[in-house]
Write a protein that binds this ligand. Structure first.
Ligand SMILES: NC(=O)c1ccc[n+]([C@@H]2O[C@H](COP(=O)([O-])OP(=O)(O)OC[C@H]3O[C@@H](n4cnc5c(N)ncnc54)[C@H](O)[C@@H]3O)[C@@H](O)[C@H]2O)c1
Ligand SMILES: O=c1ccn([C@@H]2O[C@H](COP(=O)(O)OP(=O)(O)O[C@H]3O[C@H](CO)[C@@H](O)[C@H](O)[C@H]3O)[C@@H](O)[C@H]2O)c(=O)[nH]1
Length: 464
């Protein structure tokens, strides 16, 4: 295959946006079109104010500033994007199904199918179609069938190239990935397609980090990686509950086991529970796949990671209630953080949403401060759960633009996201503004407990 000159990415989201921006940066000889059906999102990517890009990621706006309208283009003209491209990435959302067979577990592949049908309809020349979205193992088979049965007689090679970036560090992860995984057929044309994509990444990724596999291994490796990562968090969170009743300290335990090079130190931070658009969705999908192959024990094993995570979020909310003399009715609970982790404006599946929901069941008043999340997003997250009316949510939940406003006459503070700025606030000023006793529930174990205790706070941690 000739060198790649034109790339199209369908889906201008958290993955499509940053991934293509980095490809455009590192491959100035390739034209990259990011296409999306969401006009508002495309307009925001094209907006003059780079602080208002639809996605906040450290380092992203600088890359967009350099590449946009040079060799990176954001457009709603999906057909033109497909027509021009040698390589087409599919990077659309693949949420958990909310209806029908597999509801609550299986991945909803309707957006993927729509993309495949669009490509089949528009393509006039041979194309390499790349699964960038996270997909159930064997999805490439379905894609191939759609493309072959409705296409214009052109040849499609399908590759799986899952994305391993984490939000908040997307740019860093894309610039120096641990590995790039490319799965494809071992036929002559399949190998040529894998090599063509390898050449794109080789513009900045050392060749030994670019791994080629068969397509099924690649699809399954993505689900496996997320399952293993989430499992570590649930494992340390399970220990955090045990630490709390035994006077062991979960951070000390994590350090002690992490120094064993076979275990490793990363991803052992106990928390209020993992969130994000990926872990829960992908594990549920894995559970569904295992069940559909009759592997009940395998399904049960992985499902436990989710069960433990739900337990952790509930446990945190219960702790707040218990330490508030068993009632939070009408009490002001200030939330520090709403995003599912620091350095992102993404709130999907954030633990904060569920903790707030449990506290609303108990008729607490919640005042939220998050440095990057908008008020409407917070209301939308709570309304989506359908457990409390929109009127009740808007009456009980206040969203403010400063931490000091959030704590005015608050009974307690709950830290839900590990934003660095929380650590260095003027905690004496915060103490003075609060009702007493002033309780702080540090769901991320980030605050300086001794300092806060000296001021007069009662600090509760996870796993201590
Ligand atoms: N968010 C992450 O950190 C992350 C990391 C690795 C992998 N993934 C996977 O990548 C995929 C995309 O995730 P995301 O977070 O970028 O999702 P997202 O919701 O942010 O973006 C998806 C975009 O696709 C667009 N879209 C949907 N259907 C379309 C269609 N038919 N034509 C054109 N555009 C369409 C949507 O409008 C949306 O803008 C998912 O499968 C996810 O599991 C996500
Ligand atoms: O030790 C830890 C590490 C993470 N978390 C929480 O786990 C969640 C997920 O964090 P992280 O994995 O850093 O962010 P994601 O953007 O969800 O990235 C995960 O999901 C992506 C989507 O599939 C993958 O590409 C990444 O490799 C994988 O790390 C967040 O709520 C974190 O606060 C902890 O509680 N303790």
């Amino acid at each position: 295959m000739k060198g790649v000159k034109n790339i199209c990415c369908i889906g201008a989201g958290y993955v499509g946006g940053p991934t293509m921006a980095v490809i455009a940066l590192k491959c100035p000889h390739i034209k990259v079109n990011i296409v999306d059906i969401n006009e508002e999102r495309i307009a925001a990517w094209n907006g003059d104010d780079l602080d208002q890009l639809p996605i906040y990621e450290p380092g992203l706006k600088e890359i967009v500033a350099e590449t946009r309208d040079r060799n990176l283009f954001f457009t709603t003209d999906i057909e033109k994007g497909i027509e021009e491209a040698d390589l087409i990435f599919i990077s659309v959302n693949t949420p958990t199904k909310t209806y029908g067979k597999g509801k609550g577990q299986a991945a909803d592949l309707k957006y993927i199918e729509l993309c495949a049908r669009k490509i089949a309809e528009v393509a006039k020349e041979d194309k390499i179609v790349i699964e960038k979205s996270t997909l159930p193992v064997r999805t490439a088979e379905a894609l191939k069938s759609i493309l072959e049965n409705t296409g214009n007689g052109v040849n499609f090679e399908i590759l799986s190239n899952p994305e391993f970036l984490a939000e908040g560090t997307a740019v860093e992860d894309l610039l120096s990935p641990d590995r790039v995984l490319i799965g494809g057929d071992n036929t002559e044309t399949g190998q040529a397609a894998k090599n063509a994509l390898t050449e794109v990444y080789a513009n900045w990724v050392p060749k030994e980090r670019i791994l080629q596999t068969n397509v099924w291994s690649s699809e399954l490796s993505k689900l496996t990686a997320n399952a293993f990562l989430a499992q570590r968090i649930s494992s340390i969170n399970a220990m955090s509950a045990l630490c709390e009743v035994t006077e062991a300290d979960v951070d000390e335990v994590a350090k002690a086991i992490g120094m064993d090079s076979r275990i490793g130190a990363k991803f052992l931070k106990s928390s209020v529970g993992f969130g994000g658009s990926c872990f829960q969705k992908d594990i549920l999908n894995l559970v569904y796949i295992a069940k559909s192959f009759g592997l009940q024990e395998v399904a049960d094993y992985w499902e436990q990671v989710i069960i433990l995570n739900d337990y952790q979020k509930r446990r945190f909310a219960d702790k707040i209630i218990k330490e508030s003399y068993n009632t939070v009715n009408g009490k002001n609970i200030a939330f520090f953080g709403w995003a599912f982790k620091k350095d992102t404006n993404d709130t999907r599946e954030s633990a904060a949403i569920y903790v707030a929901d449990y506290l609303l069941d108990e008729q607490a008043d919640i005042i939220v401060y998050d440095p990057k999340v908008s008020k409407e997003q917070i209301y939308a997250d709570l309304e989506y759960l359908n457990t409390h009316s929109s009127e009740e949510i808007r009456a009980r939940v206040k969203v403010v633009s400063s931490p000091y406003e959030a704590v005015e006459k608050a009974h307690a503070i709950a830290v839900l996201t590990e934003w660095d700025e929380f650590i260095n606030y003027d905690w004496s000023k915060i103490y003075d503004a609060m009702l007493k006793p002033a309780n702080v529930f540090d769901g991320r174990n980030i605050l300086r407990k001794e300092e806060l205790s000296e001021i007069g706070f009662k600090v509760f941690n996870i796993g201590k």
